[in-house]
Write a protein that binds this ligand. Structure first.
Ligand SMILES: Cc1cc2nc3c(=O)[nH]c(=O)nc-3n(C[C@H](O)[C@H](O)[C@H](O)COP(=O)(O)OP(=O)(O)OC[C@H]3O[C@@H](n4cnc5c(N)ncnc54)[C@H](O)[C@@H]3O)c2cc1C
Ligand SMILES: *[C@@H]1O[C@H](CO)[C@@H](O)[C@H](O)[C@H]1NC(C)=O
Ligand SMILES: *[C@@H]1O[C@H](CO)[C@@H](O)[C@H](O)[C@H]1NC(C)=O
Ligand SMILES: *[C@@H]1O[C@H](CO)[C@@H](O)[C@H](O)[C@H]1NC(C)=O
Ligand SMILES: *[C@@H]1O[C@H](CO)[C@@H](O)[C@H](O)[C@H]1NC(C)=O
Ligand SMILES: *[C@@H]1O[C@H](CO)[C@@H](O)[C@H](O)[C@H]1NC(C)=O
Ligand SMILES: *[C@@H]1O[C@H](CO)[C@@H](O)[C@H](O)[C@H]1NC(C)=O
Ligand SMILES: *[C@@H]1O[C@H](CO)[C@@H](O)[C@H](O)[C@H]1NC(C)=O
Ligand SMILES: *[C@@H]1O[C@H](CO)[C@@H](O)[C@H](O)[C@H]1NC(C)=O
Ligand SMILES: *[C@@H]1O[C@H](CO)[C@@H](O)[C@H](O)[C@H]1NC(C)=O
Length: 386
């Protein structure tokens, strides 16, 4: 009964929306995908396979570029990220009848006529229009200025145990970042490393202790039980003594990096690898320029990767799906591609039978207000009724 009532309300609003219907606009593309990391490539693949007119624009700054090998991506465990992306591009290029890939930075993105279509301008001075936009623009890591951190990033100094931890299992280990994040790191790496020093770099303060205690009331006893020591000295530098790129045992999947941590009190401590807790942010300025609703530093999306703007989708690291890895980037790109294809298909199917005025976009907005993200269901029923 409740659902029936809901649906009646919807039909009423459809009737009122027909009157204010926008005129259909011919765009250069159906979809512009911004970003050519695993998320953007996956979305582009999904759109290409059904011959959606797709443009992928990529500025070529990939988050995992510094790493030696990509891990925990089944079928590609240990693949060099650039090799992985090149293969994806090569395969997508087969669909060149409808899909174009360009290396350029999108410098501005505009919603025209309140989302009737979108216009993107790039660093080559080109302009393109499309009905839908996919942002696979990624995140950037905000690394501290301490000498050695940027140089060691992805090569013995890393943030993700799944990405790089196994190659450093059993080795002497350091945790970098705020005291409040130490327990979380210990729990993540404990199966890989047991000789752990947390270099908290002067953050062993009452505020940080309180933040840690809020999450782990017995943190001091737990760290003691795990033999984790806390070093509160300010870090002067992290010097590389040995490079795991050349000192390694591929048969055993081991990389032998070695670092010396120099501290302000004049002491130094050697460690083979580090896990970090550093902040990150959107790599692109576009999400904030478009006033997309954010969730912290991430773009807030619904279950179909749709942002707060009806025609703009956000995929991969940039969205707030709670995951930052290549499998998630591929999944979310695929999901957005499928949803956009079906969404545009529905709009066009209505136009084909003369229901041109029935803007599915506005219908969806209406639906959004009524039932949040559970659109699939409602869409199907709305479709059946016309
Ligand atoms: C050191 C390191 C190692 C990692 N190792 C692994 C691993 O082993 N396994 C794993 O699963 N994950 C790993 N990750 C995580 C992985 O890198 C990310 O989850 C993944 O790259 C996310 O893909 P993405 O497509 O969302 O973003 P990215 O790969 O960062 O791609 C974003 C793309 O958007 C483009 N872009 C941004 N703004 C614009 C614009 N205005 N115009 C045009 N293009 C734009 C960029 O140039 C880039 O091509 C690692 C991360 C780091 C930092
Ligand atoms: C575009 O960038 C990719 C990798 O980022 C590169 O392989 C390719 O050669 C570039 N294409 C052009 C035309 O520059
Ligand atoms: C498109 O792809 C086909 C098949 O790979 C190739 O033969 C053709 O040259 C490509 N066309 C363009 C314009 O790149
Ligand atoms: C633009 O669209 C939004 C919904 O996406 C709607 O709330 C708003 O009223 C529209 N604004 C105008 C000026 O039509
Ligand atoms: C350590 O703290 C100093 C001073 O606050 C800061 O400048 C530096 O970036 C920090 N380095 C690391 C590795 O956290
Ligand atoms: C405990 O930590 C210390 C200091 O890092 C280290 O020397 C020692 O080997 C560790 N003990 C065990 C049992 O791992
Ligand atoms: C850790 O270092 C900071 C900055 O020097 C200092 O304020 C704090 O008191 C130190 N903590 C402890 C427990 O010594
Ligand atoms: C770190 O300390 C060692 C001595 O322990 C010194 O030889 C080295 O130059 C220092 N590194 C930097 C970058 O200052
Ligand atoms: C570490 O703590 C400082 C303030 O003490 C804060 O500004 C910073 O964002 C914190 N870093 C992370 C990764 O949470
Ligand atoms: C975003 O919001 C700001 C401040 O409210 C406003 O000035 C700007 O025009 C908005 N931009 C877009 C693209 O809506």
């Amino acid at each position: 009964m409740a659902t029936f009532r809901l649906f009646s309300v919807l039909l009423l609003s459809i009737a009122s929306l027909v009157l204010a219907a926008p005129v259909a606009v011919e765009t250069d593309y159906d979809v512009i995908v911004i970003g050519g990391g695993p998320a953007g490539l996956s979305a582009t693949s999904g759109l290409s396979r059904v011959q959606r007119r797709t443009l992928m624009l990529d500025s070529g700054i990939y988050r995992n570029d510094p790493t030696r090998h990509m891990h925990d991506v089944i079928g590609n465990d240990g693949t060099v990220p650039a090799v992985f992306r090149a293969l994806a591009r090569d395969q997508i290029s087969r669909y060149n009848a409808t899909t174009t890939m360009r290396n350029a930075t999108v410098t501005s993105l505009e919603s025209i006529n309140n989302g009737s279509y979108y216009r993107a301008a790039d660093s080559d001075g080109e302009e393109y229009t499309a009905r839908r936009i996919v942002l696979g623009t990624g995140m950037k890591d905000i690394l501290p200025i301490t000498p050695g951190v940027v140089e060691g990033w992805g090569k013995g100094i890393y943030w993700c145990p799944w990405c790089d931890g196994y190659e450093h299992r059993g080795q002497s280990f350091g945790i970098l970042g705020n005291l409040s994040d130490v327990m979380g790191s210990v729990i993540e790496v404990w199966t890989l490393n047991q000789d752990i020093i947390a270099f908290v770099n002067g953050t062993n303060t009452p505020e940080q202790q309180a933040a840690l205690a809020a999450k782990y009331p017995n943190w001091e006893a737990q760290l003691q039980a795990y033999n984790v020591t806390i070093n509160n000295e300010t870090i002067v530098s992290i010097d590389r003594l040995q490079d795991g790129s050349t000192n390694n045992d591929p048969a055993q999947d081991l990389e032998f990096d070695l670092f010396r941590v120099n501290l302000t009190d004049g002491s130094s401590i050697e460690r083979a690898a580090f896990i970090t807790n550093f902040p990150d942010d959107q790599q692109s300025t576009l999400p904030r320029a478009l006033n997309l609703t954010m969730d912290g530093t991430k773009i807030k999306v619904g279950t179909n990767m749709k942002s707060s703007d009806n025609g703009i989708y956000a995929i991969g690291d940039a969205n707030n799906d709670g995951a930052t890895n290549v499998p998630h980037a591929m999944f979310s790109g695929k999901r957005a591609a499928v949803y956009i294809h079906v969404e545009l298909g529905r709009i066009d199917s209505l136009a084909a039978i003369g229901k041109r005025g029935l803007s599915a976009r506005e219908l969806e907005e209406e639906a959004n207000q009524l039932i949040g993200d559970d659109l699939e269901h409602l869409w199907k029923r709305a479709q059946e009724s016309v």
